[in-house]
Design a protein around this ligand. Structure first.
Ligand code: GAR
Length: 209
């Protein structure tokens, strides 16, 4: 199974959904570490209760690149194949993004390329949109701009506030993130792992006379 490191900053409900998804025996990924940049992040307790290894870091007083070097060291120590950002609200340094190029994904609460950055739900409502949603994308140096891997549309109701819309989009996020990640890691299987599978299959086949 692909080894996933999850980065969080807050309550971690997307992280929780991913931990629960990984309990299924046919899930192609496992959560090997959960790291927060804020030791008070609510998601840490939840992850620990589920038996996930957790690391509580504190970014305060640290330069971005210096902090990201700690992050990278923890992810490497846990032998992560992929990094998943789940409500991780701190910009990452270009050096860190480079190290995980093509192996780091994020979830964003809008239908990208619409409404990059913050305050997505209010901006969708103020624009008179009938639909918003969420997107999972590959992380690149430019904010919320990497390849979109999956999206779910969510209807905006006439009386929606940013909070009520956020609550419904979050339900869609919890489903979209695990499903998209499962597809992504399956599609991205390393060539050496594929070769191993072919060899195992060949060994398992009965010999033909
Ligand atoms: C989620 O809605 C996620 O899409 C958003 O923060 C929330 C985190 O909730 N992320 C961003 O806005 C990233 N720019 P969670 O901690 O319960 O998963």
């Amino acid at each position: 199974r692909a080894r996933i490191g999850v980065l969080i900053s807050g309550r971690g409900s997307n992280m929780a959904a991913m931990i629960y998804a990984a309990k299924a025996s046919d899930c192609p990924f496992e959560i090997v570490v959960v790291i927060a940049n804020d030791p008070e992040a609510g998601g840490l307790k939840l992850a620990a209760a589920e038996g996930a290894p957790v690391v509580a870091l504190d970014h305060r007083g640290m330069k971005r690149a210096e902090f990201d070097a700690y992050l990278h060291a923890e992810l490497t120590a846990a032998r992560c194949d992929y990094v998943v950002l789940a409500g991780y609200m701190r910009l990452l340094s270009d050096g860190f993004v480079d190290k995980w190029a093509g192996r780091m994904v994020n979830i964003h609460p809008s239908l990208l390329p619409k409404y990059k950055g913050l305050d997505t739900h209010q901006r969708a409502i103020d624009s008179g949109d009938r639909v918003s949603g969420c997107s999972v994308h590959v992380v690149t140096a430019e904010l919320d701009a990497g390849e979109v891997l999956g999206q779910t549309e969510v209807a905006i109701l006439p009386d929606d506030t940013a909070d009520t819309l956020a609550d419904r989009i979050l339900i869609a996020e919890h489903q979209l993130y695990s499903r998209t990640l499962a597809n992504f890691v399956t599609r991205n299987v390393r060539p050496d792992a594929l070769l191993d599978q072919v060899r195992d299959l060949a060994l398992a086949l009965p010999e033909v006379e």
